[in-house]
Design a protein. Sequence first.
Length: 202
Amino acid sequence: MARPDVPIPKAPRAPYPITERNVKIVAGFGRGSSELGIPTANVSTKQVSKVTTLDPGVYFGFAKVGKSDEHKITETKQRENGTDVDYKYGYGLKDGEDLNVVLPMVMSIGWNPFYGNKEKAVELHIIHEFPTTFYGASVSFNVLGYIRPELNYTTKGEFPNALTSLYFSILTILYHRSVDQRHSNRYQYWAEDFRDSRISTI
């Protein structure tokens, strides 16, 4: 099925950017990692009041993962389906490589028609190879634009392929610079803003 990606403007347009700050990463349904092999940062819709007003679909922006200051040890919790989840709160991640570094991300928001979710979900696909899971860590992120609506997939195998294609598209959008070097990529401004020390208070 062809994906109706929309044209991406040269710079964020209203209502973007939308920023969510210091949101806790929670365990989702476990399908991203176990069934699809794609780790995701799930966040509670109760903590992201701004992005939950957006239409269901796929969006892009930058994210920054931080270690939880509230926990000093890791612990095991259970999902609603009874499976165990290791909450590591950012421990095991390296500062400057995995933590406190600005990374590109793709965000999906909606009900995931393939699985028929009954609750709206917000999932961040951070384009980075993390050495371990990061449940319980915090994440700050900005949404800079919209890519396409939420659509159904016919098979589980279709989703990873589509997401890989999205990764390449997003990396091009966020990091491409104009042939005329006097005009830098306007999306990079928001990456620089996230690198600023103000991110700790965003």
